[in-house]
Design a protein around this ligand. Structure first.
Ligand SMILES: C[S@@+](CC[C@H](N)C(=O)[O-])C[C@H]1O[C@@H](n2cnc3c(N)ncnc32)[C@H](O)[C@@H]1O
Length: 230
């Protein structure tokens, strides 16, 4: 089985366990809180903390074009998009099952569209978006080089790239569980950044970057000031 198929299968399974996934990513249900604590060493406050930092790159009342990739089940962002009726939002994910759930959370939002696709081959023209948001995606993407390149390409000059994902080297127990469980299951795909290598990479590709870690999740925001991808 190829890597792409493995990842799609893994998230097909998770898309099927929607309530469990949503409870885990929001650290809200009993089982979700247990996973947050055991795997990530986080409670609800820390989860909110990294999420707020990841979303801080989106200005209040934003009314431009935003790409979210991967949207997953959409539970983290649909409430925010409800407050941004003037924005033009595109949500993309590899997994049709995850997208189905996102459509459920995004019901009635005419300014949000959902599309199945690969972050490594984005079906959009150069400079199509003012903001690209990527929550908990890079640790899952199979071809990370292609993802960096494509996000750079579809972001307009001066645009914002923000989000969050797992970084290694912050919490030994988390790193162990990721290596022993999440990677074999296909939820996460190495290689992983450290907080420092992430900052360096963002600054090299895009421009000045803010990176903040909460346990093993690094939240970031940067502006595309570089003219060419490097
Ligand atoms: C951990 S989930 C994160 C989803 C959501 N942003 C969240 O925070 O709940 C990772 C997602 O990445 C998607 N994914 C993995 N590889 C992808 C790719 N190459 N292109 C687009 N989405 C991808 C999976 O289908 C899955 O929905």
């Amino acid at each position: 089985m190829g890597q792409e198929e493995r990842i799609q299968n893994a998230y097909r399974g998770l898309g099927g366990k929607r309530t469990f996934y949503d409870g885990m990513i929001t650290c809200s249900t009993l089982s979700g809180r247990a996973v947050c604590r055991l795997v990530w060493g986080m409670g609800r406050a820390e989860t909110q903390d990294y999420l707020s930092a990841a979303l801080a790159g989106i200005p209040e009342g934003f009314s431009g074009r935003l790409l979210e990739v991967p949207v997953g089940t959409g539970i983290l962002t649909m409430p925010l998009y409800r407050e941004m009726p003037e924005a033009e939002i595109t949500c993309l994910d590899y997994s049709p099952e995850m997208l189905e759930r996102a459509k459920f959370w995004g019901e009635g939002l005419a300014h949000v569209r959902f599309q199945q696709g690969d972050v490594g081959a984005l079906p959009f023209g150069d400079g199509s978006f003012d903001i690209v948001l990527s929550l908990n995606g890079f640790h899952a993407f199979p071809d990370k080089e292609a993802a960096w390149r494509e996000i750079f390409r579809v972001l307009r000059p001066g645009g914002i790239f923000c989000g969050c994902f797992y970084v290694t080297g912050q919490n030994r127990r988390t790193d162990w569980i990721i290596r022993r469980l999440y990677v074999p299951k296909g939820y996460f795909t190495p290689p992983f950044e450290t907080a420092e290598s992430l900052r360096h990479r963002l600054e090299e590709i895009f421009g000045p970057a803010k990176v903040r870690t909460v346990q093993s999740i690094a939240s970031f925001a940067c502006q595309k000031v570089k003219e060419e991808y490097s």
